[in-house]
Design a protein around this ligand. Structure first.
Ligand SMILES: Nc1nc2c(ncn2[C@@H]2O[C@H](COP(=O)(O)OP(=O)(O)OP(=O)(O)O)[C@@H](O)[C@H]2O)c(=O)[nH]1
Ligand SMILES: [Mg+2]
Ligand SMILES: [Zn+2]
Length: 372
């Protein structure tokens, strides 16, 4: 393929030197930006009018309108972001294992208009070394895969260039939320990431209680494993699915993401904490997304627990395509633009009534469709 020629490109930037407008609903925003959402915490929600400043940069227009800054390749080094600390500092590892502590060139932060964080764990970057173990990130390579969610008016990219997402849910304490699993499945598919579901804390469920969930997701073709992080149940099976791959662990706070990773590789020594007795919620113990090397090959990324999983950039009418059991029925709905919510002659609703589509999954679909 012919190399793309560098040219001058007009780029809309987020204004960054002005005072940002105060949000109308500060309490809500404070809740939305949970303590665990600490990466990118210095980015605020800003009004639409903030996106109007244009600047010209030298770069190449990629496919999907990805704009690549032209940089001096001679003086830069290639590396992988192991962890992003706030919006402006990252640890970047180069091929021989040496790690540089890097800042992020301001132009990159203003260029990433919709994203809360310009550089995320897993990114492949070019950086300019400024010392023996320091540098400045000059360019983020286009992401091959990504896992993201909506965070206020921005996209929160959790990790990039990983193969798999381990969706961790707990049988109890905090209670199982199937809707959250379904949202992660949609988001992973959208970012080209395959999913594994870990139903952890199986020791806290009555025998047979989890079977319907296991059957449901296994029946849809998803990889689902029952685990007990503190008792070594399902750990060998989970480990075998991780070796040689790059897997991001995500889920609510307190479900046992860090505990599972410690069970898989005790040397990781990740901090864990009890679920709060009062609220029944996790305590947001893990604060950063961090890529960790696995003995035997591959990487895992531990992430802070999320409170909500809003879909980002998925239009309501696109959601049906992410529910892998829907398409055969969708084709037979009476109206070609059927939303499967209220229409007569809807085959999806009929399939739910007949028990061919799980009502749990259909409820998840409805909530996502209504953006609830
Ligand atoms: N009974 C039981 N408890 C578990 C299991 N796995 C983890 N726990 C406990 O659940 C609590 C929370 O575990 P963490 O590993 O800190 O959870 P996390 O998902 O990493 O939470 P955040 O970092 O806050 O997102 C700890 O007290 C763990 O000991 C399990 O399989 N069974
Ligand atoms: Mg944790
Ligand atoms: Zn329909």
């Amino acid at each position: 393929m012919a190399k793309k020629r560098a040219k001058k490109i007009r780029v809309a930037f987020r204004k960054n030197r002005e005072k940002r407008p105060r949000s109308q609903n500060l309490t809500h925003d404070a809740q939305e930006e949970s303590a665990a959402d600490c990466d990118g915490a210095d980015e605020r929600i800003s009004g639409k009018g903030q996106l109007t400043r244009y600047r010209t940069i030298v770069g190449t227009d990629g496919d999907e309108a990805i704009i690549q800054r032209e940089i001096d390749n001679e003086s830069c080094m290639a590396g992988r972001v192991l962890r992003a600390i706030g919006a402006n500092r990252c640890d970047v590892q180069i091929g021989d294992g040496w790690t540089y502590s890097c800042t992020v060139r301001r132009v990159l932060r203003t260029m990433s208009r919709d994203a809360r964080n310009a550089v995320v764990a897993g990114d492949r970057v070019m950086f300019l070394p400024t010392g023996a173990n320091e540098g400045v990130i000059e360019r983020v390579e286009p992401r091959q895969t990504f896992l993201s969610r909506g965070s206020g008016r921005f996209e929160h990219i959790i990790a990039a260039n990983v193969d798999q997402l381990a969706i961790v849910a707990s049988a109890s304490n905090p209670p199982l939320k199937p809707g959250l699993i379904d949202r992660f499945l949609v988001s992973a598919t959208r970012g080209d990431v395959r999913s594994i579901i870990c139903l952890n804390k199986a020791d806290l469920a009555d025998s047979g209680e989890l079977q319907p969930f296991l059957d449901l997701y296994a029946g849809l073709g998803y990889d689902i494993i029952e685990t007990v992080a503190i008792n070594d149940v399902g750990i060998a099976e989970l480990r075998s699915k991780l070796i040689g791959r790059e897997t991001v662990f995500a889920g609510q706070s307190g479900v046992g993401k860090s505990s599972l990773l410690n069970a898989i590789q005790p040397g990781l020594g990740l901090r864990t904490n009890q679920v709060s007795h009062d609220s029944g919620k996790g305590r947001h113990t893990t604060r950063l997304t961090e890529m960790l090397p696995l003995d035997g090959g591959g990487w895992v990324a531990d992430t802070p627990g999320v409170r909500q999983m809003s879909l980002w950039n998925v239009a309501p009418e696109e959601i049906e395509a992410y529910f892998i059991e829907f398409p055969p029925y969708v084709a037979d709905c009476r109206f070609p633009d059927c939303s499967h919510t209220h229409e007569t002659g809807c085959r999806v609703k009929a399939a739910v009534a007949e028990g061919h589509i799980s009502s749990l999954r259909y409820e998840s679909y409805l909530r996502m469709f209504q953006n609830d």
